[in-house]
Design a protein around this ligand. Structure first.
Ligand code: AMP
Ligand code: MG
Length: 334
């Protein structure tokens, strides 16, 4: 069975990933990328804002009444010191919507300020902004959530090349729908159904052979706890550090088996934002893998803007999930 790209939700998601990735790639190719630091100390670029504006605009066309819960807001762009930035963002967005006025673009960005409801879309316009700035991995990530479960996921990973699917080249789009599998295509060929290949997780059952992915940023994990867990697992290879939900795509494609996010020592109460996890989680599950929190519980996307009931994150190819949970228990006992 091939991929079914016919539903209106799928068409919207794919059109967004295609346009959003194109905008991100264009800014990424510039010699210097400007960024600003948000109140939570994380960076934001014109790409984060521009991609979110495109999502808001396309959503308005396809599903005018739909709710969007997204990472960015246009607050800064409303202040006098944000005028220049808004002009710059508008110049990028004009390649896709040539007649959009600055006020309209601000409104498209702020469409992402919706509140989680029974059914809604969630978006991280640029997941891994630090990776984006550093020339590492980043992802454009959109998901549809219904009654606390992720039903549809679409990701653009412009810098990613899948080792098991080298024919797709660098820059892949991912689509997953509950019960319909996880699929990948070159970002240049997202529209044609024949260009999609089905992804499946690795069959590895030998934990010592497993390949582990790790968050790049030391502030996003407990480095010490993560080391203890790897020690308990006895894996032979060093973990591969990577920014963003590109990690989830790598697990879904079978290029690695394990990714966990431990809670940072300084912030043991940290909970993931839904837009940082939703799309990647469904991609892994639909590729045959498993995702839970660090205690082995299912992820509950119906608890608001964060995964309030789920500490940390664990994704595996499924076969190794219980083994890693046991290693996690061992590592927390010491
Ligand atoms: P990385 O996995 O290295 O790309 O880091 C980006 C992700 O880290 C974000 O998308 C969040 O899921 C997560 N994150 C952000 N802030 C924190 C934090 N204070 N503690 C733990 N994880 C975080
Ligand atoms: Mg993010």
């Amino acid at each position: 069975m091939g991929i079914n790209l016919k539903s209106p939700e799928t068409q919207f998601a794919i059109e967004f990933i295609r346009n959003g990735s194109e905008l991100a790639r264009r800014i990424h190719a510039e010699t210097s990328i400007r960024s600003r630091v948000k109140p939570d100390h994380s960076p934001v670029t014109f790409a984060d804002m521009g991609v979110q504006a495109i999502a808001g605009a396309l959503l308005e066309q396809h599903f005018p009444g739909a709710v969007l819960v997204a990472e960015e807001d246009a607050e800064f762009l409303k202040a006098p010191e944000g005028v220049e930035d808004l002009e710059k963002i508008s110049s990028y967005v004009h390649s896709f919507f040539p007649h959009a006025k600055p006020g309209e673009i601000r409104r498209w960005i702020d469409r992402g300020q919706g509140k989680p409801a029974g059914s809604f879309w969630t978006l991280d316009p640029i997941d891994g902004t630090k990776g984006f700035l550093r020339g590492g991995q980043y992802a454009i990530a959109l998901a549809f959530i219904h009654n606390g479960k992720v039903e549809l996921a679409a990701l653009g990973c412009p810098e990613l090349e899948l080792q098991g699917h080298k024919g797709l080249g660098k820059g892949v789009g991912i689509f997953a729908a509950r019960g319909q599998g996880c699929w990948a295509a070159s970002l240049d060929g997202l529209k044609e159904s024949q260009s999609w290949v089905r992804l499946g997780v690795s069959r590895c059952r030998e934990v010592r052979q497993a390949r582990i992915l790790d968050s790049f940023d030391p502030g996003h994990k407990s480095t010490e706890k993560s080391r203890l867990i790897r020690e308990a697992l006895g894996t032979l290879e060093d973990p591969v550090s990577m920014d963003s939900m590109a990690k989830h795509v790598v697990i879904a494609s079978g290029d690695a088996e394990i990714f966990f996010r431990t809670l940072p020592q300084k912030e043991p109460g940290h909970r993931e934002k839904i837009w940082d996890v939703a799309a990647g989680a469904l991609a892994i599950e639909e590729a045959g893998g498993r995702v839970t929190d660090l205690e082995g519980r299912k992820l509950d996307f119906g608890a608001g803007v964060t995964l309030a009931r789920n500490p940390g994150f664990l994704a595996t190819n499924g076969f190794l999930h219980e083994t890693v949970l046991e290693a996690l228990r061992q590592a927390t006992r010491v």
